[in-house]
Write a protein that binds this ligand. Structure first.
Ligand SMILES: [Zn+2]
Length: 386
């Protein structure tokens, strides 16, 4: 019965997408004699962790949690944060058994919650539906272990792996779409699941995108639109800034015009100056700023320049590539500058997944396993050996 109750806890965790960051998505189910006494999930704005939500729910329904089994999708915490340790709460509640899908990704605390439960005589089982549980909190785990946001590269490509027709063939009166409606709807879901979307000035000038989360689903923080714009060429009239809001963050070089910075700030945007290396801004510095702002996950939706820069610097953790049926041929814009291309990237993915999405094919997968990566000593990114 363990997998089926854990599946219920995972479903509860999954349903909180957009509502827990910077915390992980966690679900919990409390069961005794096959009867569910309580079931809940963590929501950041309601503070309580999943275990506490569930214990409270069971008690409110008139159940004493004593001798019950708790199914939790992530190792119960053992530290004092905004709340007391959940491991202590489970011990105090007198549960007999705790089934955990995965240990904590933070090497500094991993295993401590489990040890505390075991020390109190609770029967602990770890690893039930572990892969699913780890997938749900992949971005959180990357962010904790790498101390920067998890970066997911997303691209819509032609069947021959190219990004867009040659600039001279582009119609500036209409947006250019390679992929179909189904793929574009999925991209909205990807934006919904991320804290920020990141793009470059080339994309802003070519497409004038909004880069918003248009799923209509609730999210606790607005999607941050991050634009790398060395000399602040984004027009005050761009769709990113209209209507004006606080959710646009420009990164520029130290030399960018003060007047342009002021103009963008007056439109509600944030402007941060970072060092530049050669042709591009310091990506490590930018990711450090985003990490400071509690941004756990970034969706990279950019052109060749930024795709190339992130890939060459091994700053991509997950790839999601949508291939259309159309071919673009020579002269088209490459996927990533000074990089072997999307097919080489696919070679670096662990457990490549291929799915049909409408008329398109989606190829996706992870480029690292944060659960085996320790802070300050990251496993070399497989892209390093291309
Ligand atoms: Zn907790």
């Amino acid at each position: 019965m363990d997998p089926s109750f854990m599946q219920l806890a995972l479903d509860l965790a999954r349903a909180t997408v957009g509502l827990t960051s910077p915390n992980p998505q966690v679900g919990c189910v409390l069961v005794r004699d096959g009867q569910v006494l309580g079931a809940g999930a963590h929501l950041y704005d309601q503070v309580d962790h999943a275990e506490i939500v569930t214990l409270k729910q069971a008690r409110a329904a008139g159940y004493d949690p004593r001798d019950a089994t708790a199914y939790v999708t992530l190792e119960p915490c053992s530290h004092h944060g905004r709340t007391g340790p959940c491991a202590d709460a489970l011990v105090a509640a007198g549960i007999a058994r705790c089934v955990v899908a995965t240990s904590d990704p933070n090497p500094a605390v991993s295993g401590r919650g489990l040890a505390r439960l075991r020390a109190a005589g609770i029967d602990v089982r770890v690893g039930v539906l572990e892969a699913e549980a780890r997938e749900i909190n992949f971005a959180f785990a990357c962010s904790i272990t790498l101390e920067r946001p998890c970066v997911t590269i997303k691209a819509a490509l032609s069947v021959d792996g190219l990004l867009a027709p040659p600039p001279a063939q582009r119609l500036h009166t209409a947006p250019f779409f390679l992929t179909g409606l189904e793929s574009r709807a999925e991209v909205q879901q990807l934006r919904h699941a991320c804290d920020a979307v990141l793009s470059g000035i080339g994309t802003v000038l070519a497409d004038d995108p909004q880069l918003t989360d248009r799923t209509g689903l609730p999210r606790r923080r607005p999607l941050m639109r991050v634009i790398l714009d060395s000399s602040l060429r984004t027009a005050r009239t761009s769709r990113l800034l209209n209507p004006s809001n606080q959710d646009v963050w420009f990164f520029c070089s130290a030399e960018a015009s003060l007047d342009r910075a002021t103009s963008l700030e007056n439109a509600g945007a944030m402007v941060t100056r970072v060092a530049s290396h050669g042709a591009g801004l310091d990506l490590h510095a930018i990711l450090a700023h985003l990490h400071q702002a509690s941004i756990r996950s970034v969706l990279l939706e950019a052109g060749s320049e930024l795709n190339g820069a992130f890939l060459r610097q091994h700053l991509v953790d997950r790839a999601i590539l949508y291939y259309a049926e159309a071919e673009l041929g020579s002269g088209a814009v490459p996927f990533a500058r000074d990089y072997p291309g999307p097919f080489a990237l696919e070679q670096s993915i662990k457990d490549v997944q291929k799915r049909q999405v409408g008329a398109d094919v989606c190829v996706s997968g992870l480029l690292r396993d944060p659960w085996t990566t320790s802070t300050g000593n990251p496993t070399p990114n497989p892209l390093a050996i291309i």
